[in-house]
Design a binder for this molecule. Structure first.
Ligand code: GLU
Length: 257
């Protein structure tokens, strides 16, 4: 089984941008264990801008492009340092891959990327992918890691994409404002009613939100890959998922025939 796990900034860091040690340590431990059990894992990790914001002690996520990109350059280092250190404790090797939208769209570059990714998996490495935020600007970037993770999951022919966020899954309404909101545990068809449930991002440090998660679900399920949105606040949700138990919201792939 091959899974792509996307980790949002809100799972990795506090709203100040400082590392959430509890979540991150737990996550690396569980992913190491899943890997030991024979599951191939590719990670897509956000957090460069968020963690750069924390490391540079900026008051909030920067809004101007040069500061955002400077924060990303600092934060990406911090992010990989943290992953390398934590995964090493469980004897796992990580690799950093930074991509831009152009790398994905350009056939030859995409092929080079896939060759590297496959070789890393054969070598038993955990690839950790992020958008190259120091180069990608809003006009030319993928822009959010939910979409990036979906593109990577389909290109790597993964069985499943798991988006770890700060919410349990897709709700019938915004659970922060509506007490009657209910968790939708499975989605078999991404019809207009479901797509309309995507609101705007509410996280201070990340860029995603339910909207980007639903478009990621569309990319995945159209390409035959299941997708789950689950809460990264309890990384042990990954064990449930690996055991095929109900967790978060599962979007079922379109199956032919
Ligand atoms: N690539 C961005 C970062 O690492 C995150 C994008 C997103 O939150 O989706 O900060």
């Amino acid at each position: 089984m091959k899974i792509v796990v996307k980790i949002g900034t809100s799972t990795l860091a506090y709203s100040s941008g400082r590392l959430n040690i509890r979540h991150t340590e737990e996550l690396c431990k569980i992913i190491s264990d899943l890997k030991n059990s024979g599951i191939e894992v590719i990670m897509v990790s956000s957090g460069s801008i968020g963690m750069g914001t924390g490391k540079l002690s900026l008051k909030e996520r920067p809004s101007d492009m040069p500061t955002k990109q400077a924060a990303a350059a600092v934060g990406q280092c911090e992010l990989m340092y943290t992953y390398d250190k934590l995964f090493s404790e469980y004897r796992h090797t990580v690799a950093q891959i930074l991509v831009t939208a152009e790398d994905i769209q350009h056939p030859q570059r995409h092929k080079n990327f896939s060759n590297t990714l496959n070789r890393l998996l054969e070598l038993g490495v955990i690839p950790i992918i992020n958008e190259n935020d120091t180069i990608a600007t809003e006009e030319i970037g993928v822009g959010d890691n939910d979409t990036l993770a979906a593109v990577i999951a389909t290109s790597a022919k993964a069985d499943l994409l798991v988006l770890l966020s700060d919410i349990d899954g897709l709700y019938t309404a915004n659970p922060n404002t509506d007490k009657n909101a209910k968790l939708i545990t499975e989605v078999r068809e991404l019809d207009d009613k479901i797509m309309a449930l995507g609101g705007k991002s509410s996280s201070k440090l990340g860029t995603g939100g339910m909207k980007t998660k639903l478009s990621a679900a569309k990319i995945c399920t159209d390409a035959g890959c299941d997708m789950i949105i689950a809460n990264g606040a309890d990384p042990s949700v990954l064990y449930k998922i690996a055991d095929g138990k109900q967790a978060g919201t599962r979007f079922y792939a379109k199956r032919n025939g």
